[in-house]
Design a protein around this ligand. Structure first.
Ligand SMILES: [Zn+2]
Ligand SMILES: [Zn+2]
Length: 279
C-alpha cells in the first residue's frame, strides 16, 4: 500500500504549519510522497501566497527535498486557480518550470460589485449573494457554469491534478441550491469526467473538506466514485491539508471506501509521470 499526499498547504498561504513541519508529519504518518501545494498568489486574497514570496517558497522546498531525501520524496507543487475571465492564474506564467506538478482548482465563479471575485467555497451568504449577482439567482446555471469553467481548465491547462472536483456542493447542504440526484446534474458530472479522462488529468479524492467542514464535504461524492470506476478515470488521494492533523485525516476510511467500490489503484507521481500504483 502506498501512501501519498500531493495537496498540502503551509504558512506561505493559509496553512497553519511550516513546510518542514508538514514534511516531518508526513514522514511520521508513513507517507512515501508529499507534495507541497500553496495557493498561487491572487491579489488582495489573504488565503493565497504573496507574490513576493514565490522565489523563497521554491527555494525552501528545494532545501527540504534534499534535507529529508532519505526519508520521503518531496515535490514542489502549487494549487493554481483557473479563472473564468483570464484562465490559469497569469501570475504563474513565468514560474511554471519551477513546479514538479500543479493542482488546477476553480474557486472563483464571478465578481461582486466591488469588482472582487466571489468564491464557491465562501460562507453560504456570500455564495448566495454571488449567485444572485452573477446568475440572477439561478443555482443550476451557477453549477453548470462551474463545470464549464472546470472543463475549460482541463482542456486548456491540462493540470496534473483536478482539485476538489465537486466543491460547488459545499454550500448545498440539504440540497438548497440543487439536487445532486437530478439527471441534469448527473449528466454534467459525467460530461466533465469524460473530458478529464480524455485529457489525462488525475482527479483527487479530497479528504480535507470533511476535516474542515464536515461529512458532507467529501470530494467527490460517493456516487461519483462509481462513475470514476466505470469510466476508468485516474484518481489519487489527497489531504488538502491545512495543518498537521489534516495530513492523513480520513485516509484509512477513504481507502476502505475505495476498496468497497472495487478501486484498488491510485496514481502516484514519480517526478515526471503519474504511475498506476496498487494501494
Ligand atoms: Zn482549493
Ligand atoms: Zn487546497
Amino acid at each position: 500500500m502506498i501512501k501519498t499526499n500531493y495537496h498540502a498547504h503551509c504558512t506561505y498561504c493559509d496553512g497553519k504549519n511550516t513546510i518542514e513541519d508538514m514534511v516531518l508529519r508526513a514522514v511520521e504518518a508513513g507517507f512515501e510522497h508529499i507534495g507541497i501545494s500553496s495557493h498561487a498568489p491572487i491579489e488582495e486574497e489573504h488565503w493565497t501566497m504573496d507574490e513576493k514570496m514565490l522565489e523563497e517558497y521554491f527555494n525552501e522546498i528545494e532545501e527540504i527535498k534534499l534535507k529529508h531525501k532519505d526519508k520521503i520524496k518531496v515535490y514542489t507543487g502549487m494549487e493554481i486557480d483557473y479563472f473564468f475571465d483570464r484562465g490559469l492564474n497569469p501570475v504563474m506564467k513565468n514560474h511554471m518550470e519551477r513546479l514538479d506538478y500543479f493542482i488546477g482548482s476553480v474557486h472563483a465563479l464571478g465578481k461582486t460589485d466591488e469588482d472582487r471575485y466571489w468564491f464557491v467555497d465562501d460562507a453560504f451568504e456570500g455564495v448566495e449573494e454571488g449567485i444572485k449577482t452573477t446568475f440572477h439567482g439561478d443555482g443550476r446555471r451557477a453549477v453548470e457554469t462551474y463545470y464549464e469553467i472546470m472543463s475549460k481548465m482541463v482542456k486548456e491547462s491540462n493540470p496534473d491534478i483536478v482539485g476538489h472536483m465537486d466543491i460547488i456542493k459545499k454550500n448545498n447542504k440539504n440540497s438548497i441550491l440543487f439536487n445532486e440526484e437530478d439527471q441534469w446534474y448527473v449528466d454534467v458530472v459525467k460530461g466533465f469526467l469524460s473530458i478529464v479522462k480524455e485529457y489525462g488529468s488525475v482527479i483527487e479524492i479530497n479528504t480535507g473538506g470533511i476535516r474542515r467542514y464536515g461529512a458532507d464535504c467529501f470530494y467527490p461524492s460517493h456516487w461519483i466514485l462509481d462513475l470514476i470506476k466505470d469510466m476508468d478515470v485516474k484518481i489519487t488521494v489527497n489531504g488538502d491539508s491545512h495543518d498537521l492533523e489534516g495530513m492523513d485525516f480520513y485516509y484509512g476510511e477513504t481507502r476502505d471506501l475505495l476498496i468497497s467500490k472495487g478501486i484498488d489503484h491510485i496514481y502516484a507521481f514519480d517526478g515526471k509521470e503519474w504511475i498506476k500504483t496498487k494501494f
